[in-house]
Design a binder for this molecule. Structure first.
Ligand code: F0G
Length: 463
């Protein structure tokens, strides 16, 4: 390619207006929402980076596929297309559709975990942790040491600490029904896991006779990083790399709302016949018959096409580049972010950016509120509101205080990213004036979704 500019590899067929609001309107919206960005009306948000989950734009091929959805209750044609798409990539024997990733987690853990069990993971996502703890099992995070230091560089910062994993498996025989690796490591900064790490984890698990699962939500982004960064993969296609990743595992959970490029859906895939049967029995109770699993036939079609499109090199190049582009602007301005930028998001390091706010006043939450107040940007806190509440009721500050700016797939263009950068640089100027928040009321589980908060010192920003 003779030209350097990486373009959005699509043109736009349908548009959806986004709405500017005034700072005053946003201040009032925050108050109404109990200072919780989850409780805002989406229409009051200009650029919505709350999540990359289910927020992507579907392609014309996906919409065309939806018209071919077969809505038969059992044995629908759409299921077989979906199953073939999943099997081409994963090679896994039993493919069980679910309405989204957490349903796959619940069914898998409901079929495998008992109280007191341990599930090691490089880093659990919040629903994965909650579903594990719901079974009264222990969700154990084992990231490599670099994984918890935002400023430290490492090409595969999502890797699992295999020495620690070996110790856990050796010291707890029979207690770990499965090990999981999350690709990319979302809670740890959207960081990739290397093929070498997956392969070695697989060998280790085999030695201890423990099945290894991928939490595969962002498998295509992970495959792209392997292509870019790991020796021996530069000439392989993303599909071939993904196939090798899955060849090392016994099963996976997947949210098709991420790298399935769909607005809803997910699946559980396993090799073990007996486990598959137990999972299907549970699936029928709450999701539906095993050939639709809570999805419409047209959803299965959209996912089948999405799983193919997500492995396109032009798409992955543009996707990873847009995140890196924002990361570079922020880094040049001295704004602390998790380095290097991850696959689906930029993670601002609120502990480093707002050192004057103690963790007990939730610096990452406060920073997220100010990004909305100043620029209409919605982000998500990955810090002590999300992770500080322990299963025994105690409070423990999270390892990192991050604000995640997650990029929906194929939705925003470069000028949106330039606007984001401008807002972030502006907020960085204000940073010494930003104040913390306190929790007014919150449930004990997954409290970030519904907690009501308030400025700890009456104002979010002081003069
Ligand atoms: N695992 C990971 C790594 C995830 O990031 C998510 C969702 C899930 C599992 C659950 O999937 O939402 O389809 O039930 N992550 C979204 C996010 C919500 O914003 O990061 P789901």
């Amino acid at each position: 390619m003779p030209f350097r500019t990486i373009i959005e590899p699509f043109r736009i067929k349908t548009v959806e207006p986004i709405r500017h609001t005034t700072r005053e309107e946003r201040g009032a919206a925050l108050q109404t929402a109990g200072y919780n960005l989850f409780l805002l009306k989406a229409e009051d948000v200009l650029i919505d980076l709350l999540t990359d989950s289910g927020t992507g734009a579907m392609s014309s091929a996906q919409w065309a596929g939806m018209m071919q959805g077969d809505e038969s209750y059992a044995g629908a044609r759409s299921f077989f297309r979906f199953e073939a798409a999943v099997q081409e990539i994963t090679g896994l024997k039993h493919v069980i559709p679910t309405h989204q990733g957490r349903a796959a987690e619940r069914i898998l853990f409901g079929s495998t975990l008992k109280p007191g069990d341990i599930v090691p993971n490089n880093t659990h996502f919040d629903t994965t942790r909650a579903n594990t703890e719901y079974r009264q099992a222990v969700a154990l995070d084992l990231p490599i040491p670099e994984g918890t230091h935002p400023e430290q560089l490492h090409p595969f910062k999502g890797n699992m600490d295999l020495e620690k994993l070996e110790r856990v498996l050796a010291e707890n025989p029979g207690k770990a029904p499965l090990v999981m690796i999350t690709v990319t490591n979302n809670s740890g900064g959207g960081q990739p896991v290397s093929m070498a790490n997956i392969r070695a984890a697989s060998e280790l698990c085999r030695r201890y006779n423990v099945p290894l699962f991928l939490d595969a939500c962002r498998f295509a982004e992970n495959a792209w990083f392997i292509k870019l960064r790991e020796d021996g993969y530069a000439d392989k296609t993303p599909l071939a790399i993904a196939q090798e990743m899955f060849s090392y595992v016994d099963g996976c959970t997947m949210s098709a709302k991420k790298d399935g490029l769909a607005n809803i859906g997910g699946f559980l895939a396993v090799n073990d016949d007996d486990l598959a049967q137990r999972c299907k029995n549970l699936l029928i109770l709450t999701e539906g018959f095993p050939t639709y699993g809570g999805l419409a036939g047209y959803d299965l079609e959209a996912i089948a096409v999405g799983l193919h499109e997500v492995l396109d090199e032009d798409y992955l190049r543009y996707r990873i580049r847009s995140v890196a582009y924002l990361g570079e602007i922020l880094t040049r301005a001295g704004i602390p972010i998790v380095q290097p930028p991850g696959g689906h998001a930029i993670y601002l390091d609120a502990k480093a950016m707002l050192p004057h706010i103690p963790q007990s006043e939730y610096p990452a939450w406060a920073l997220g509120l100010v990004l909305y107040l100043e620029g209409g940007i919605r982000s998500v806190e990955i810090g002590s509101v999300m992770f500080g509440h322990q299963p025994d009721g105690s409070e423990k500050p999270a390892a990192m205080e991050l604000v995640r700016l997650a990029f929906p797939r194929r939705v925003y263009t470069q000028s949106h990213v330039d606007y984001l950068a401008e807002v972030l640089l502006h907020v960085n100027q204000l940073r010494q004036r930003i104040r913390g928040v306190r929790m007014v009321e919150a449930p004990s589980v997954l409290r970030h979704f519904t907690a009501r908060m308030a400025p700890a010192h009456n104002r979010l920003i002081v003069d």
